[in-house]
Design a protein around this ligand. Structure first.
Ligand SMILES: *Cc1c(COP(=O)(O)O)cnc(C)c1O
Length: 553
């Protein structure tokens, strides 16, 4: 430890803050430092869709880390930060089709940088100022896009689609059991959703004190959308037992398969039940559109004229998705992730409420927060769960909504769906490959590979329904797992495309999980030729797995 007067340390550290008064030379230093960091990251790029070499994170080294006595210089800090990125997938790489993780746009990143630099806090417009208005602005834009009346709607940015789910069900809980904000949840109500809902429904139910056991998972159709007559049965059963309904959760764009629930039918069902059972509340409908919301840019698109010139299969897929998405405005709340299909960096998630007035159900009194809200007029902190909220989400969202407009997002989504359709065409034309979610119309394709000679015309139905085929199902599950591992390892070396695996695309009718290979196309850089490579690589990997298995007997 060296003895230096604190002023000396302070003086050095001052240069490490953006300057509070205009100092263009220092701004140049700031920007140049970012550039240096980017240059070092660039040195990690090769042909493969990964930064640096494929490495596993070193948790032992991470555990051993401690805070040092002395400060480090920026030049020392940057390489350490850059190192942390080693082994990261490059989501936007044409050979990356891993999951619903976007490659953020430059304006989106600038939105984050500006908000991070000047650090608005959206708790109140005392501290958020124009960025608080940005949240209102993006809310209005998104509300109109989805089919809400922007004059009546409200919205808050929160910590993900999961946060949106929490807000939606919290509001539903308060509607079903008025006063539970005050007195707690005394008799837990039920939540009705599909077996393909996101697991955040369970998580949120648990965290809200509703409990896993009160979540009713209704079966789905082959297109992975909720079976509405079965939903009706479940809702009636619950009401007959005197239970209250905290919410219907509709999934619009399920995570693994892009299943789209029939919101119009769910809404009609809710209306019917309210009348018939003379309910003294309207069970809340939350639409989990974390992924699907973006398709609302196709409201107003002329699919017949098809002015953007998408291929036939693609127009069909876009129109089919739009058929369900156009009803989003019927939900009482909708969660949307700009950090998925909106190409914004994490976290940029908005939960929209159809009626601003309903939000008052979650508001606390001003007296309970004496140190806040002395000035200003817009105080979302009165009803948000969070106290401090970052301005990065709304700034990134605004950046992308301005950058894309409706046409831009139509082109991006159209492209990724087109690439998925190209892949499906390839898969369908090969006798050993089967598309599992053929009835879904999004950018994600679930498929399986089989040994040569398997009758793949029959196999999908057999695997799903026939318990006698259980042994085969398990064997082919294992085959697909091993194919995935080979394809993955090769792709990390730059050969082929990084795809992913889902351990349970859905269950068979007799309860076994069906493993599937998964291609999630989201990159604007995705290319047609690469889609063809996937088929080749998967088949080659299958042959190797089968040969190894053969040799080992
Ligand atoms: C991703 C996802 C979520 C969770 O959103 P986060 O932003 O990751 O919290 C919820 N629902 C669906 C359908 C999703 O795909």
């Amino acid at each position: 430890m060296t003895a230096v007067p604190y002023q000396q340390i302070l003086a050095a550290l001052r240069s490490q803050f953006p300057q509070p008064v205009s100092d263009p030379v220092h701004d140049a230093y700031f920007v140049f430092s970012i550039l240096r960091a980017l240059e070092q990251v660039d040195a990690l790029k090769g042909q493969a869709p990964i930064l640096g070499a494929p490495t596993m994170p070193d948790y032992a080294a991470a555990q051993a880390s401690r805070v040092a006595e002395d400060p480090q210089r920026l030049e020392q800090v940057i390489p350490t930060l850059v190192q942390q990125l080693e082994g990261m997938f490059i989501w936007g790489h044409p050979q990356s089709q891993i999951n619903v993780i976007p490659h953020p746009t430059i304006p989106g990143i600038i939105g984050v940088v500006l908000a991070s630099t000047y650090n608005p806090n959206l708790c109140s417009d005392e501290s958020g100022r124009g960025v608080s208005a940005t949240e209102v602005r993006v809310t209005a834009m998104a509300a109109e896009l989805l089919g809400y009346d922007p004059a009546k709607a409200a919205g808050v940015f929160t910590f993900g689609g999961t946060g949106g789910m929490l807000y939606g069900l919290k509001l539903g809980l308060e509607k079903a059991l008025p006063g539970s904000m005050q007195r707690g949840v005394r008799e837990p109500p039920v939540v009705l959703t599909s077996e393909h809902c996101h697991y955040s429904v369970l998580n949120v139910a648990a965290w809200l004190g509703i409990g896993y056991d009160q979540v009713i998972h209704v079966p789905t159709h082959a297109d992975n959308s909720i079976h509405v007559p079965r939903l009706e049965q479940a809702a009636r059963e619950a009401l007959r037992q005197g239970k209250r309904i905290a919410g219907f959760v509709a999934t619009l764009g399920s995570t693994d398969a892009f299943g789209l629930d029939d919101l119009a039918a769910i809404h009609a069902l809710r209306e019917r039940l309210v009348g018939e059972y003379e309910l003294d509340y309207r069970p809340h409908i939350h639409a989990d559109a974390a992924i699907g919301w973006a398709w609302s840019v196709f409201n107003g698109y002329d699919f017949v004229e098809n002015p953007l010139g998408f291929r036939g299969r693609t127009v069909r897929a876009l129109a089919a998705a739009h058929r369900r998405i156009q009803h989003l405005g019927l939900a009482d709340s909708v969660a949307i992730d700009f950090h998925k299909t909106g190409y914004a960096p994490y976290i940029s998630s908005l939960v929209l409420f159809k009626s601003r007035d309903e939000l008052q159900l979650l508001a606390r009194s001003k007296e309970s927060m004496p140190y806040l809200y002395q000035t200003g007029e817009h105080h979302p902190g009165r009803y948000t769960l969070e106290t401090s909220r970052s301005g990065t989400g709304p700034m990134a969202a605004l950046a992308n909504l301005l950058l894309f407009g409706k046409q831009g997002l139509r082109a991006l989504l159209g492209h990724v769906v087109e690439m998925a359709e190209v892949l499906r065409e390839q898969l369908e034309s090969h006798p050993d490959l089967v598309v599992l979610n053929g009835e879904n119309v999004g950018p994600v394709t679930l498929f399986r590979v089989y040994p040569p000679g398997v009758d793949t015309f029959e196999i999908k139905q057999q695997e799903r329904g026939d318990p006698a085929r259980c042994e085969d199902l398990r064997r082919y599950n294992e085959l697909n797992r091993r194919v995935f591992q080979l394809v993955h390892a090769e792709a990390l070396q730059g050969r082929g495309v990084v795809i992913s695996l889902t351990d349970c695309y859905r269950h068979t009718e007799y309860g076994e999980p069906i493993v599937a290979l998964k291609s999630y196309v989201l990159s604007p850089f995705a290319q047609q030729e690469r889609m063809r490579d996937i088929v080749e690589h998967v088949l080659a990997a299958r042959d190797r797995v089968l040969a190894e298995a053969h040799n080992s007997v």
